[in-house]
Design a protein around this ligand. Structure first.
Ligand code: SF4
Length: 220
């Protein structure tokens, strides 16, 4: 069983409740959604076909207990599921970062799902898969939610869209919701003010790797 891989690398997790931890990243090739502010457009390139066992060996060589499967859109390749299962079986703490267009219903329950909610400025807001919110709400009673959602805003319109969605769904009561700014598009202090003024119970976060390394650097 093979997967198309864009890159495998070791870096600091930058955008989730795991931000700051060293992490092994497996970036799968291919997405096709064309979000306006995509910062991994190079993942659209064909990449390299790799056996699942080879990927697991490379991750083991990195030696990080935290492993993130990302993209592109990782859920486009069905073989991602056996990859995640095998990584969980090694004892790794596995994260899945997905654009949120596809359902995460079939993801191994041991995997922590980090799901984007795309805002109007992305141009693909209508493609958010509502099933992912329903799945998170249904899991609300469990001790530790394996869901978190990430909303990156470029302007006030995006923020108001997000606020309405969160207030209507009460998603913030079910799991962590991360909110941040699109790097270079919106000043972080504006978003902070809006969140505080509205008493919005979200975790504000900036894309840590873009402050550590040059914002357009690959493999970080
Ligand atoms: S879903 Fe992610 S990888 Fe795909 S185009 Fe959008 S930002 Fe880029």
């Amino acid at each position: 069983m093979t997967l198309r891989i864009s890159e495998i690398f070791h870096s600091i997790q930058g955008e989730s409740s795991f931000a700051g931890w060293p992490c092994a990243f497996v970036r799968l090739s291919g997405c096709g959604h064309g979000c306006r502010f995509c910062d991994t457009a190079y993942a659209e390139l064909p990449g390299t076909d790799m056996e699942i066992d080879t990927i697991i060996e490379m991750v083991a060589e990195i030696g990080s207990p935290l492993v993130e499967i990302t993209g592109g859109e990782p859920l486009l390749q069905p073989e991602v599921h056996p990859l995640m299962e095998k990584l969980c079986n090694t004892g790794a703490n596995v994260l899945l970062e997905t654009g949120g267009f596809l359902s995460v219903a079939n993801v191994d329950p041991r995997v922590h799902r980090i799901i984007d909610l795309k805002t109007p400025s992305s141009g693909v807001c209508k493609e958010n898969n509502p099933e992912n919110i329903l799945l998170a709400l249904r899991q609300k009673s469990s001790a530790r939610s394996m869901f978190e959602f990430k909303i990156v805003v470029a302007d006030r319109e995006d923020y108001l869209w997000a606020r309405q969605l969160l207030q209507e769904t009460r998603l913030m009561d079910a799991c962590t919701v991360i909110m941040g700014v699109i790097f270079g598009e919106l000043e972080p202090d504006k978003l902070a003010r809006w969140i505080l003024d509205d008493r919005l119970n979200v975790k504000m976060q900036l894309q840590m790797h873009k402050y550590i390394w040059p914002p357009d650097m690959r493999g970080v």
